[in-house]
Design a protein around this ligand. Sequence first.
Ligand code: SF4
Length: 379
Amino acid sequence: MKYVDEFRDGALARGLGAAIARELQTGRRYAFMEFCGGHTHAISRYGVADLLPAGVRMVHGPGCPVCVLPIGRIDQAISLALDHGTTVCTYADTLRVPASGGRSMLRARAEGADIRMVYSATDALELACREPARQVVFFAIGFETTTPPTAVVIRHAARLGLKNFSVLCCHVLTPAAITAILASPAVSAPDAVPLDGFVGPAHVSTVIGSRPYAGFAAAFRKPVVIAGFEPLDVMQAILMLVRQVNDGRAEVENQFTRAVTASGNLKAQALVSEVLVARDSFEWRGLGELPASALRLADVYADLDAELRFGLSYRPVPDHPACECGAILRGIRAPRECSLFGTVCTPENPMGSCMVSSEGACAAHYTYGRFRDFPIVAA
Ligand code: SF4
């Protein structure tokens, strides 16, 4: 296929649905987690769940960049603007993630904080170059997809010798999160749906390749199929997962061969390794503190680390007590199982991070009216 609309062909999608149904073993139920928010969005937007046979259930994972940002990190960014007088630049979705005290970065801006939306890390660097009297902080978030552009900007700022630019680095790592989900006692609890495998992320895998998934696929005996973001990509990946489960295999397969290789983008990986190193530990919303699951600036670039420059400390803050984002990000609750879903919590007034971005499970369900998804609790 050459064109995007061919990957959205209804007849082909129904054919794939029928092919999946034919492969199912009688009486067996299959549950697969789509790790990535892009897949969650595609599944909701294109009604993929409606095309799957009743025996196949999709469980949403934590792969939405703003969803996994804990409140404490948003508080740090707000503090940089309000308490330290800096100009904080970040991506649009981040501005709406709930912080503590009913705040968000947008609301802090209404209180006078200089917080700006940018399209890229480069925008933040250019602002620092244009206005040398202003301390500019780039609040860097996201998985491996957005990490290389941040690394480029840090290296460039160092070469320019900029003294008014720094980065609050909250980039997180996909393999660590999947491992944490599989190792979580909640996932193996008697009332949880046992996961049979993963639809692996698309864009992340273009950077890291397919190889990093091999370790936990083997250790936890869970197949992974990396898939593109179009509906036929996702359905083909589900068919490949069903076949692996039926064969008793737990391999890493690549459906998204038009963009993903085994090794990934080696140039980007080398750049990231030069500029950023693993943190000992990092708090994820919903998953808690995970070792070696996020990045900070390497010691040689410490001058550009906003946490060090402004002496920030980290204070964990619990979510709204009624918000089920944590359980949704661990794959043990569905959005409509939250009592706030669609009433108190909407995309216009998000109470939790999963309702903010189009990649968040709650926002995707709300936007595309997918209120009748399968219950998560095992039948
Ligand atoms: S509906 Fe809102 S409050 Fe409930 S889990 Fe989703 S984001 Fe959190």
